[in-house]
Write a protein that binds this ligand. Structure first.
Ligand SMILES: Cc1cc2nc3c(=O)[nH]c(=O)nc-3n(C[C@H](O)[C@H](O)[C@H](O)COP(=O)(O)OP(=O)(O)OC[C@H]3O[C@@H](n4cnc5c(N)ncnc54)[C@H](O)[C@@H]3O)c2cc1C
Length: 339
């Protein structure tokens, strides 16, 4: 039997020391995956330095962590790749989880390869699906060949590591009554000080908000990426209190900002409702929306692949359909249910 066991999730904190959503999404998924493993321990690893860990521990407990490991040190107040990866490697070497999961955020994408290289183990990056196969191994799925294929990758070495895109899984409450908390003493740890963070400047400011905050997202494709099409999509979004997303082809027309791109090289979203307007349904787009609760597609080509992923489809011209939809929703919003 392997000396490795259980799952360890790296818990990323934002600059206000709040847990970022993808860490909780991974923790929830790990609780589910662990049911298929012999060792069902799900550890949540928090690295950093904050004055009050109680709210963090409480959230991790409520999301189902069996163990919370807190590696705290003043020198870890700021994220520095070398120091965080050194700390993570030490804890992974001590705890020996068979699986290590990290969110595919900027920090996670920076940290995970460092850890896997130091531990001489494999890493499947940017996954869109995770499972445990019949042999009890992590089966990590991600797009490959430019998104033409979905590959399920097994790691030959331990721990098996993966980074996972935000919004791939849902964070659910799963209170664990028996969560234990372990504080790691790092006072004797030697960190090299080659890198020092002097200042943090947030350069990118999204003018569009976070697409993940919307329950409804209107996806704008190349088929509607004209002035009139955008105007209609915005009006529809306003009536539905929805966010606007776009396909890569629509972004490439210059009509939409890159921050709105949904899909393999954009963001992954899981709204309650995704309305794909003039989007053909390329696999690279679908990977970003497939976990939406419901998908409605409006496309004038009845053979468009998007209809295979949609729960409801409207075959027709968006420019004719949208005004009717907007009018209908306006009437419903006014309380006129006979409209
Ligand atoms: C490595 C790689 C990464 C990629 N990453 C992404 C990604 O992150 N996100 C992404 O979206 N794409 C991505 N792509 C591009 C992807 O392959 C498609 O090219 C793109 O999604 C197509 O966008 P579209 O559906 O808007 O445009 P098209 O494929 O051109 O489709 C337009 C659709 O609009 C319909 N239409 C036209 N006029 C109307 C009308 N008046 N009313 C209704 N329907 C109409 C047409 O029937 C057609 O189906 C990637 C590609 C590669 C190779």
């Amino acid at each position: 039997m392997s000396e490795f066991g259980g799952i360890l999730v790296y818990i990323e904190l934002d600059r206000n020391l709040n847990i970022i959503p993808v860490s909780l999404e991974l923790l929830s998924k790990s609780v589910e995956l662990a049911q298929k493993l012999e060792n069902k321990t799900v550890s949540a690893l928090v690295i950093g330095r904050c004055d009050d860990y109680a709210p963090i521990i409480q959230t991790l407990k409520e999301t189902g962590a069996s163990k919370v490991i807190i590696a705290q040190d003043d020198r870890l107040r700021e994220y520095i790749t070398q120091n965080y990866s050194k700390t993570a490697c030490r804890i992974i070497n001590e705890q020996k989880p068979e699986i290590v999961l990290i969110g595919a955020t900027c920090q996670g994408r920076d940290l995970a390869p460092r850890i896997s290289t130091s531990l001489n183990t494999g890493l499947t990056a940017d996954c869109t699906g995770l499972d445990i196969n019949e042999e009890g191994k992590l089966a990590a799925t991600r797009p490959t060949f430019g998104g033409q294929l979905m590959a399920t990758i097994l790691c030959k070495t331990y721990p098996q590591m993966a980074t996972v895109r935000p919004n791939t899984f849902k964070a659910v409450q799963n209170n664990n009554e028996n969560t234990t908390v372990e504080y790691i003493d790092l006072s004797n740890e030697v960190f090299d000080n080659k890198i020092e963070l002097l200042n943090f400047v947030k350069k990118f400011k999204s003018d569009t908000g976070n697409l993940s905050d919307y329950e409804i997202v209107i996806g704008c494709g190349k088929g509607i990426a004209t002035e009139k099409g955008i105007e209609l999509a915005k009006e529809l979004a306003k009536e539905l209190k929805a966010g606007l997303g776009a396909s890569r082809a629509a972004v490439e027309t210059g009509a939409f900002s890159k921050s709105l791109q949904v899909g393999q090289t954009g963001v992954t979203i899981t709204p309650k409702l995704y309305i794909a307007c003039g989007i053909s349904g390329a696999v690279q787009h679908i990977v970003g929306i497939e976990n939406s609760e419901k998908i409605i597609a409006i496309n004038k080509d009845e053979n468009a692949p998007i209809f295979k992923s949609a729960d409801y489809g409207i075959v027709g011209d968006f420019f004719e359909i949208a005004p009717h939809l907007i009018w209908k929703i306006q009437e419903l919003n006014k309380g006129n249910y006979d409209a």
